[in-house]
Design a protein around this ligand. Structure first.
Ligand SMILES: Nc1ncnc2c1ncn2[C@@H]1O[C@H](COP(=O)(O)OP(=O)(O)OP(=O)(O)O)[C@@H](O)[C@H]1O
Length: 363
């Protein structure tokens, strides 16, 4: 965490219970000022609950939440310097786009002229000025979502909470909006706390990601960190695609662990704390960190046979079966094809990886 960035939201040992059910189990995390921070996890892991606690729509059962240094337990939602964009953004159908954005400002006591002028600026920011006199039904889904964003940004919140705001959009629009949102966050400097269950979306947009599962924080870090150095099985499996294979640890030296896979295939993995010789654990290696060749390459090489090739447009996925051992999934980029040989089903090949590409995981 950079030291020169102040903390916008500090969640300290926060617990949330609904009757007997514990939705959040002692979560602690700090969100920095000006950060694009994402809460990522599968449905039901508690991310919306945490967002709603920050917004003030839910009580904190135990622990505290601080907003810019102030404990906010007794602060009602409308007095918190935050605003929320929900999945169902519910614009007022009978109002123009401009009035939709200005309405909240008037409710907050701004004069009509002032509210409309500010609303105009916000529509410019989300590039919708030319549609300001239209009704929401005359806009596309993505444009409506941008109006909702302009409306949420208009009162200049210090923090914008976004609860799966793109999930109603189709894939192409969603991708375009991801880039727009990121751009908007940079331009405004407002702290964004974004909730999603879509790992690709989280990797694309976030400065840092908190990966959650069953009410617990699994890992917090920059996208690259989480992708390249998952701490445990859950994170390795949830973020991106990976080869997750059972191994036995035979030897540990100099930060590396010599392991064997089913069928006796030997492999060197990165050591991690808490794993000892003799342990049966899982290792993870990303499909794009592997490559296939006729002969063993430098680093790690395992002999196998091509079982399947799947063409996926930008890349080719190949399943390699090790003799008496597990399968590996290998991803080969479809770029610069001239230099690459495509191995056919049944070919005897080697699966290769650089030393350090395979990581042991704490289960
Ligand atoms: N008012 C409530 N009463 C009881 N249980 C609740 C209540 N609100 C949420 N829960 C439970 O708390 C857990 C976390 O819910 P939450 O909405 O935070 O999950 P989520 O990670 O945002 O999931 P999704 O992606 O599906 O929205 C779920 O098991 C949910 O059923």
């Amino acid at each position: 965490m950079p030291e020169d960035q102040s903390i916008a939201i500090d969640v300290r040992d926060a617990v949330k219970r609904y009757g007997d059910f514990t939705a959040l189990k002692t979560i602690s995390l700090s969100i920095l000022d000006n950060e694009f921070f994402t809460l990522l996890g599968p449905s039901g892991c508690g991310k919306t609950t945490l967002l709603r606690m920050i917004a003030g729509f839910e009580d904190v059962t135990e622990g505290e939440i601080y907003l810019y240094g102030d404990e906010i337990k007794n602060l009602p939602p409308h007095q918190r310097p935050v605003n929320t964009v929900f999945q169902n953004y519910a614009l007022f159908p009978h109002m123009t786009v401009l009035d939709n954005v200005a309405f909240g400002l008037e409710m907050r006591g701004r004069s009509r002229a002032e509210a409309r002028s500010r609303a105009g600026e916000m529509l410019e920011l989300v590039q919708l000025s030319q549609f300001s006199s239209r009704k929401p039904s005359q806009l596309s889904g993505g444009q409506q979502q941008r109006v909702a964003l302009a409306r949420a940004l208009a009162p200049q919140p210090k923090v914008l909470l976004l609860d799966e705001p793109l999930s109603a959009l189709d894939q192409k629009l969603r991708k375009a909006m991801q880039l727009e949102l990121k751009h908007l966050q940079r331009e405004t400097g407002i702290t964004f706390v974004f909730v999603t269950h879509d790992q690709e979306e989280a990797l694309t947009m976030s400065d840092r990601i908190a990966v959650m599962s069953e009410g617990e924080l699994q890992q917090l870090g920059a996208p690259r960190d989480i992708y390249e150095r998952p701490h445990n099985m859950f994170v390795a499996d949830f973020i991106g695609e990976t080869n997750l294979l059972e191994v036995s640890v035979d030897n540990i030296a100099n930060g590396r662990a010599t392991c064997h896979l089913g069928g006796g295939h030997e492999l060197t993995c990165n050591q991690v704390d808490g794993i000892a010789v003799g342990a049966q654990v899982h290792m993870s290696v990303r499909p794009e960190r592997l490559f296939i060749s006729d002969d063993p390459a430098e680093g790690e090489s395992l002999k196998g046979r091509v079982q399947e090739n799947v063409f996926g447009g930008t890349d080719i996925t190949t399943i390699i079966n090790l003799a008496d051992g597990p399968n590996f999934t290998v991803r080969t980029s479809n770029s610069n094809r001239g230099n690459k040989r495509i191995f056919e089903r049944g070919n005897e090949v080697f699966v290769n990886m650089e030393l350090g590409a395979a990581r042991l995981l704490v289960d």
